[in-house]
Design a protein around this ligand. Structure first.
Ligand SMILES: [Zn+2]
Length: 133
């Protein structure tokens, strides 16, 4: 089964944002990294994420991919693209509406509309478990 290859730029996703809040290297959820053993900061929010990342790394090596490349199931990529499309449409709607709006209520509705479109993206996470497709 063919899956798309993503060439993604190297980003430092392990940056400490505030206090010891980090983002999980696998699922990107924020978590408290203060409780690391051996004085090393934790990279994953939970064991299963560490395992998923390990499996992905092994699979990457099997496929001869570089650190900056990622294999993602077509269905997951399509799902993400759909959610981005909804957000893009909402941004266009809001920009058009607010160009004519003058009341506070218009702005409230615009923000609510944008939040509804943005929430599915905020909640999006890579699927747990190895890609089966
Ligand atoms: Zn995680």
């Amino acid at each position: 089964m063919r899956v798309p290859r993503w060439g993604i730029g190297r980003r430092n996703t392990d940056t400490v944002t505030k206090s010891e809040q980090r983002r999980c290297k696998w699922c990107r959820r924020p978590f408290d990294a203060a409780t690391g053993r051996q004085g090393r900061p934790r990279l994953y929010c939970r064991r299963s994420c560490r395992q998923r990342d390990y499996e992905a790394r092994r699979r990457r090596e099997e496929l001869g991919l570089t650190e900056g490349e990622l294999v993602i199931a077509r269905a997951q990529l399509d799902d993400l693209a759909d959610k981005l499309y909804v957000l893009e449409a909402a941004v266009e709607d809001v920009e058009r509406d607010l160009a004519e709006a003058s009341e506070g209520r218009d702005y409230q509705e615009a923000v609510a509309w944008l939040l509804d479109a943005a929430r599915p993206l905020v909640q999006w996470r890579p699927a747990q478990g190895p890609a089966s497709t």
